[in-house]
Design a protein around this ligand. Structure first.
Ligand code: 5GP
Length: 178
């Protein structure tokens, strides 16, 4: 019978350092300006909480809003994003930072960025904790990337395996053993 094992991959201290470094860069770019953090549910909830508090330590005034989306390919279109749950706040003429746990193919975010641009934000940027560039199917790049990783399935710090393991304080690699 196959059993699943979680190998330690990125420890809590490294995650905390990464969040702090991201916050420092973002705070430099948005110094003196309010910023709306758009947490992409569900995987980003812990990262967003830590990033919001790190930004506050850098004197950035933040608001946090939430959105849940999934991507799908239409029969004839190149695909679009299905909004399962939309944000409450207007982003018209506002500085918005999309906060994402991990970018894989980039499909979801490509569609989401297109949708959000139609709402005419002042500035729209993307921040991800983890990036798997080898999996990308488009040219999507985040403005702020925490850690670049290989093509691995990771869990913890908000990232799930079948709705579980989000509560792990570190990030692990899921492996299957006989
Ligand atoms: P994309 O549209 O970039 O292919 O999808 C990104 C989404 O896929 C992420 O927000 C995340 O929910 C999920 N995902 C991609 N890679 C991983 C991974 O290694 N672990 C987990 N738990 N989810 C992942």
């Amino acid at each position: 019978m196959k059993s699943r094992r979680i190998e330690p991959f990125i420890d809590e201290a490294t995650i905390a350092d990464t969040v702090e470094q991201l916050a420092a860069r973002i705070a430099e770019d948005f110094a003196g300006e309010p910023l709306l953090l758009l947490c992409i549910l569900s995987g980003s909830f812990i990262f967003t909480a830590d990033l919001a508090r790190a930004l506050a330590r850098h004197q950035i005034e933040v608001e946090v809003d939430f959105m849940k989306v999934s991507s799908y390919e239409g029969e004839e279109s190149s695909g679009t994003v299905k909004v399962e749950f939309d944000m409450e706040r207007s982003i018209f003429q506002r500085n918005v930072l999309i906060v994402e746990d991990i970018i894989d193919t980039g499909r979801t975010l490509e569609h989401l960025l297109r949708l959000l641009q139609t709402r005419q934000p002042r500035e729209l940027r993307l921040c991800c904790l983890l990036d798997k560039p080898s999996r990308r199917i488009n040219g999507l790049n985040a403005h702020y990337v925490g850690i670049t990783i290989d093509d691995l399935f990771v869990v913890g710090y908000g990232l799930d395996y079948m709705h579980k393991l989000r509560e792990l304080p570190h990030i692990g690699i899921m492996s299957t053993e006989e």
